[in-house]
Design a protein around this ligand. Sequence first.
Ligand SMILES: [Zn+2]
Length: 302
Amino acid sequence: MKSYAIFYPLIFVVVQGCAPRPANIELVYPNGAKKALIMSYDDGLVQDVQLISLFNQHNIKGTFNLNSGLLGQTNTWKRYNAPDMVATYVSKDSLVSMYAHHEIAAHGYTHLNFAAASDSAIYNEIVTDMRQLNKLTNRGIVSMAYPFGSSNERIAQLAGTTGITNARTVASTLSFALPNNFLLWHPTCHDSVANDLAMEFLTMSNTKLAVFHVWGHSWEFDDLKRWDSMVSFCNTIGNRNDIWYAGAGEFTAYVTALNNLVVSDGFVYNSSLHQSVWYKRGGRIRELLIGKRIRAKTIANL
Ligand SMILES: [Zn+2]
């Protein structure tokens, strides 16, 4: 009996030494950053060409929300408190090359105001737009911006039945917090005030993941002051390692996978069927593959 008392503590120490110890992990975006930038632009007028060129110089990714029923047209827009504007939409056959490095998203087939439309009309506007854009580009369309920014809980629920995973409004939050509802996604701000928030975004030391979600229209950059302001914004915020430049669709898919991580019994399990997630432990960035688990007690920043 005496010998057990001597050897048991020794065996216990050896077993403990072999087992990997569960530890906390910190979630990050796919490039290891904890800040993301989304640039969401509406209507698909020819001024997108110049904006895309600027984005490409700065490694910035845009999400371009298009009305497929208006592509190739030239229309005159009546504007409130401003002269009429000639609006030239990009052509159908230019989409693939023009938006090659950017996300193509829906904006309603004909830019119908959803607030004044029936459920069936809204549904048709969204689904027809998605199908047409898919046909023209052979891409899956998962993102949308509400035409006129017009939405509410009911419309958002309806949008969620179409296959759209995320839909943006025009209500500024002036916040970098992740959205509560991707189908009623209020952005950080319009691009006319983005410069005011840029330094705060770059210098903040955030524990939780953050997103700077900017929206606008490339045709507004016909005003040279506004264009200069966007150039300055891209100079400040582009080409950085500490920012993930994402399309709204890939961002939504990623954050949804993070939200679906299962933490149980000292493990974190990636339950997603399509999406790896990335985390930091001990200063190193690691990938948690689809359907895999790692030892970890808690997630530090979820
Ligand atoms: Zn619009």
